[in-house]
Each structure stands twice: as structure tokens, then as C-alpha cells.
Design a protein around this ligand. Structure first.
Ligand code: SF4
Length: 465
């Protein structure tokens, strides 16, 4: 809670820690596993959140640093952990993700990993080790995610011949969203390298008793190697730092043109994606999407009279919050509280065109916590919450419905299948918002009318009597 009279303290922060984002990113690489260099609690925290959200078995290894390793260094623990993981999982890639403890004691991870490959006589053809410095205090899951993808690209991409593919840095999207993205590319007839690709790895089909320790799917190392020869990179993400951006690296090192765009939620953001795919590939926007756009416009017209009563608080990781706020703004739902736990200071500027006419009515909170969000929810008379499950306490305490979207969703099922991107996904998501507002209206309008008209009359009668 930020209070001008006291030292800033976070009460129930609106964020997850940095290694969480890195682990999510590595789940989108083929046959990869993460070893978290730190204490066991860090990996348990990540596993628990991911397993509950995706309803999949999530294996995250830990170097299990204890008091002795903290004082004398954790090199032996890390090497032992890596050997165990190789024996048990036979992965193609291991992401070595650090934690608060490993970074604070100043472990030289790159040197340790180099030594490990030599000592174990492992060829880089057989195993790729990617290290990512992610102390929990270094940022949120948002920074951890982009930095991990950046490190994958820095480590794996090689100079290659030009090809006709498009690189897509997918951002923190659900497996369902990635499948929708693949469908869009297929309808365009575009070949792409999607990194990371969690469409299968974090939402696997039922296979009976067959159990794969590392699920099928994910972006392969050979695909990543050739990203240097692609026509362009589309990076879903407008807020990440330049030195965390995989697309910036590909542009700087290999001259691959870069387009950083918002996650395609909402009409305008979906238009941006469609136009860009058409421009880069030289192909026309498929007839399917011309019609889908028309259907979405029709849906927006149908629902605008109900949406006009919507006053939203949107919270979560910054890219999702930006795109959802944009969807709200273009549909007459006023996102009076726009909030994220990441410290990026860019959301208001990015949404300026939509926000300017509201002036001080809309508050944008960054690096914030749920106590602060709750106080603004009350002050701004919010009637719909849009964000992940950690906002459920506001839902319970204030009696305001929460539409669950983003990560983590613990108290509902199906988050991994949720589709919110493109015209179809946005339209379905908008329907959910509109129906929630309508349900709320019909549940309470008699009460509100009674209070407004009859209660006032009775009060007047009582006073005059
Ligand atoms: S904040 Fe630090 S100690 Fe806590 S889970 Fe994250 S990395 Fe581990």
C-alpha cells in the first residue's frame, strides 16, 4: 500500500517473481527443463502455481541450496543437479534460472556451466544450457519471461540463409491463444517460428497410461537457429526493456526487421496484427478474417449499450493489462483502475489516445499491490474486475465479479484453453464481460430502484411525520 505518511510496503503484491516468468518461457521449448539455482522453496512456489493453473504435471528441478552452499558457494549443488536431471529426463535444453539467493551470493553461472560441459564431455550438439539471471528482486514474471526468451535467442540463433518465415515472440499467452495464433498463420499460409510455443507442452492431450516426462511440443532448437534468416520478427510486447527484447537482438545482430505490437486483444490490436502479417508476407488478409472482423464489429454494436455501464479495474502483467484496457476503451467500458505489479511506467503513455479524454477519472497504477488496487476499486466505484485469481479477495470483500484472465488462475479450471486473441477470441471475451455486466444489472436493478425512489420517499415521510 502506498501511503504518503509511511514507508512504502507492498501488501499482497500484484505480481509473481522473476524466475516464474523464465520457467514459463522454457516450457515452450522442445524437450527442455528448468533447473532453478536456489533453495527448494523457490521451485516449489513456481511448480505449485503452474500445476494449478495449467492442470498439467510440472517438473522444475532445484539445485537445492542449503546453509553450507550459501556460505561456500553452490557450484557443487548445481553440477550435481544438472547430472541428475540429465540422467532422469534426457532433455535437449536446460534452462538454468537463478534466484535471489544465487544472485546475492554472486555465483558465476556461465563459468560453472562451461566447466560442466567440459568435465562431463558433453557436446553442444547434444545439450544446450541457457542461463538466465532472475533474482526475485530483479523484476517480476514479466521481465523474467522476456529475458529468458532473449537469452535463448542469444545462445541458440546462428547466422543462416534468408528464408520466408516470420518470427513470432509470443508473449505470456495461454496455450489456447497460441493455437489460435497458429490457426491465423495457417489461414494466411504463413510459415512461422513461434517462440516460445506452449500450445502442446502446457496443454497436452490425454494419453492414458502413456506418460512423457517431458511433454511433446515446443519450439525446436533447429527452428530457433534459423530465426536470423526470417523475413521479420513480430514481438507481442510493447513494454519490455530493449536489452530484454529477443526481437531487438535479432534486429541488431542479424538485421531482421522488428515490429513490436500489443497482444492482439480487441479490434484495433487484432487489426494491427492482420495488417502486419499481410504487409510482411505480401498476402491478402484471408476472407475468413474479413468476415470475422465484421462479426466482431456487429457484436460491439450489439453490446455497447450494456458496456457503457461498465467500470472496470484491470490488473495483471503489463502486456495483458494494456491490451485488455484497450479492448475496454474501444467498447465503452471505462477501465478506471489500470494496474500492474511491474515497474515499467509506460502504460499511460501507450494508451494515451484512449485515456486522454478521461483525464483524472482513470488511474494507472504500476509497481502496485492489491491493497492499493482495492482502495481505488472502492473510490472509483468499479463494477467489474478483470485479472488473475489473486484479485479474488477484492471480489469476495467488495462483492464485485472477477473475470479471470492471465496467470495465475487457481480457483477455476480451463485457463490453459482460454482464447482471447484475434477477432474471434476478443469477441468471445467481450461477450463474457458484457454478460457479466448484464447479469449484475438484472440481479440488482430492483434493489437499486427501490433505494433510489421508494427509500427516499419513505425517508421524507418519516421526517415529515
Ligand atoms: S522472490 Fe526470491 S526467494 Fe522468493 S521465490 Fe522468488 S526467487 Fe525464490
Amino acid at each position: 500500500m502506498k501511503d504518503k505518511n509511511c514507508v512504502d510496503v507492498n501488501v499482497n503484491p500484484c505480481k509473481m517473481c522473476m524466475p516464474m516468468g523464465a520457467c514459463l518461457a522454457f516450457k515452450g521449448m522442445e524437450k527442455s527443463i528448468v533447473v532453478m539455482h536456489g533453495s527448494q522453496g523457490c521451485s516449489t512456489y513456481v511448480r505449485r502455481h503452474m500445476a494449478q493453473h495449467y492442470n498439467e504435471p510440472i517438473d522444475i528441478a532445484s539445485s537445492s541450496l542449503n546453509e553450507k552452499a550459501t556460505v561456500y558457494g553452490g557450484e557443487a549443488n548445481l553440477k550435481k543437479g544438472l547430472k541428475n536431471v540429465l540422467k532422469m529426463y534426457n532433455p535437449k535444453t536446460i534452462g538454468v534460472v537463478t534466484t535471489c539467493l544465487a544472485e546475492t551470493i554472486g555465483e558465476d553461472i556461465n563459468r560453472i556451466l562451461k566447466d560442466f560441459m567440459v568435465e562431463e564431455k558433453i557436446s553442444s550438439e547434444d545439450l544446450t544450457l541457457v542461463s538466465v539471471p532472475t533474482p526475485g528482486y530483479g523484476g517480476t514474471q514479466f521481465e523474467g519471461y522476456y529475458l529468458a526468451v532473449r537469452k535463448m535467442v542469444e545462445k541458440i540463433v546462428e547466422p543462416s540463409e534468408p528464408n520466408k518465415k516470420i518470427n513470432i515472440i509470443s508473449g505470456l499467452m495461454s496455450p489456447g491463444d497460441i493455437r489460435e495464433l497458429k490457426l491465423i498463420l495457417e489461414r494466411f499460409g504463413i510459415e512461422a517460428v513461434i517462440l516460445p510455443d506452449v500450445s502442446e507442452t502446457l496443454d497436452s492431450p490425454y494419453r492414458g497410461l502413456e506418460f512423457e516426462k517431458l511433454p511433446e511440443g515446443g519450439t525446436t532448437c533447429s527452428e530457433i537457429k534459423t530465426m536470423s534468416g526470417s523475413l521479420a520478427t513480430i514481438e507481442f510486447g510493447v513494454h519490455s526493456r530493449e536489452d530484454h527484447s529477443p526481437g531487438e537482438y535479432l534486429k541488431k545482430e542479424f538485421g531482421v526487421p522488428l515490429y513490436r505490437i500489443p497482444i492482439p486483444i480487441g479490434l484495433e490490436n487484432s487489426d494491427t496484427l492482420m495488417k502486419l502479417l499481410s504487409k510482411i508476407s505480401g498476402k491478402k488478409i484471408p476472407e475468413y478474417y474479413v468476415k470475422a472482423r465484421g462479426r466482431m464489429l456487429d457484436a460491439m454494436i450489439d453490446s455497447h449499450k450494456y458496456n457503457g455501464e461498465g467500470v472496470a479495474a484491470v490488473f495483471g502483467e503489463p502486456e495483458l493489462v494494456t491490451s485488455i484496457s484497450s479492448l475496454c476503451l474501444e467498447n465503452g467500458i471505462t477501465p478506471r483502475v489500470i494496474s500492474t505489479g511491474s515497474n515499467i511506467k509506460k502504460i499511460r503513455a501507450f494508451l494515451a489516445e484512449g485515456l486522454d479524454k478521461y483525464g483524472d477519472e482513470i488511474v494507472v497504477l504500476e509497481d502496485t499491490d492489491f491493497e492499493t488496487i482495492r482502495s481505488y476499486v472502492k473510490e472509483k466505484e468499479v463494477n467489474i474486475l478483470i485479472g488473475h485469481s489473486d484479485g479474488k479477495y477484492i471480489e469476495e470483500k467488495e462483492g464485485i465479479p472477477l473475470i479471470r484472465v492471465g496467470f495465475p488462475v487457481h480457483d477455476r479450471i480451463g485457463a490453459q484453453r482460454q482464447v482471447t486473441i484475434g477477432y474471434d477470441g476478443s469477441m468471445n471475451f467481450l461477450d463474457i464481460l458484457t454478460n457479466t455486466l448484464m447479469a449484475q444489472k438484472y440481479q440488482s436493478y430492483r434493489d437499486r430502484m427501490y433505494k433510489k425512489y421508494y427509500k427516499e420517499d419513505e425517508d421524507v415521510k418519516e421526517v415529515t411525520a
